[in-house]
Design a binder for this molecule. Structure first.
Ligand SMILES: NC(=O)c1ccc[n+]([C@@H]2O[C@H](COP(=O)([O-])OP(=O)(O)OC[C@H]3O[C@@H](n4cnc5c(N)ncnc54)[C@H](O)[C@@H]3O)[C@@H](O)[C@H]2O)c1
Length: 248
């Protein structure tokens, strides 16, 4: 039987790659994003997809998207996210609030609206995209970003506790250094790229494809006993704090 999937942030670098992978594996994909133009472009490239222009911070807009999709989603990937760079002391409250609203509140709104439907058929699969920034390693000058990504990982655990009995499996994927979307600009300068590559134990920067493949595993039956987990997809960078301490 054909499955269907909703992806938020589906017009972005990582979200559109996930949508594209899922479509190639036979999913009907609902593309949720705020950016109408990029959304139309994604829809034209991704087979069996439907664009659902949505502001995920707005409950009514999300309800409308679900209505337009027209089916109970089998799966949801919460991938929409924003960052507002700047030191904490230079952040406007509005910047901080906007990031919380998209990254954390948006994840809550879309997940709850979708889980209410999934609950009806006692089956579902939700994957939340956090970040290595949400672990023990906040990056400087990233405002609310790391705090919201820690929030996403914890919210995801809470969903897994509350919704497991409803037949809804919930997991988190935490990407590391990825040459895509919001971070693509960091890798344009070859010197900066080399510096970052050297920090990663497997010596390369990740791609949107690296993330999409892990998401596909979590969407598949091969991961049917994986629940409440947070999978790092970071080439080992989270473990590399002591990498440069000599022992010779
Ligand atoms: N690129 C990286 O290096 C990296 C690393 C770790 C985690 N992540 C996470 O991966 C996810 C995708 O990041 P990306 O690099 O593809 O970024 P991106 O900017 O390319 O994509 C994010 C998408 O979210 C959409 N969006 C923003 N606000 C929205 C709203 N209110 N409603 C609906 N859609 C909205 C944007 O229009 C955009 O298309 C994000 O959650 C990000 O935090 C990215």
């Amino acid at each position: 039987m054909k499955k269907n999937l909703l992806v938020t942030g589906a017009a972005g670098g990582i979200g559109s790659e996930i949508a594209s992978y899922a479509s190639k594996q036979g999913y009907r994909v609902g593309l949720i994003d705020l950016d109408n133009e990029k959304l139309k472009d994604a829809e034209s490239r991704i087979e069996n997809s439907v664009s659902l222009p949505t502001d995920i911070t707005d409950e009514a807009s999300v309800d409308e998207a679900l209505e337009l999709f027209g089916e109970i989603p089998d799966a949801l990937v919460n991938c929409a996210g924003i960052v507002r760079f700047g030191g904490l002391l230079d952040q406007e409250v509005k910047d901080f609030e906007d990031v919380i609203n998209v990254n954390l509140l948006g994840c809550f709104i879309v997940s709850c609206a979708t889980a209410r439907l999934m609950k009806k058929k006692k089956s579902g699969n939700i994957i939340n995209i956090s970040s290595i920034s949400g672990g023990k390693h906040p990056a400087i000058h990233s405002g609310a970003y790391a705090a919201t990504k820690a929030g996403v990982a914890m919210l995801s655990e809470q969903m897994s506790l509350e919704w497991g009995k409803e037949g809804i499996r919930v997991n988190t994927v935490s990407p590391g250094f990825i040459d895509s979307g919001m971070s693509a600009d960091h890798y344009v300068d070859p010197v900066e790229r080399k510096k970052r590559e050297a920090m990663v134990p497997i010596q390369r920067i990740g791609t949107a494809e690296d993330i999409a493949k892990v998401v596909m595993f979590l969407l598949s039956e091969d991961s049917s006993y994986v629940h409440g987990e947070n999978i790092l997809v970071d080439g080992g960078v989270m473990n590399s704090v002591l990498a440069n301490i000599g022992r010779d």
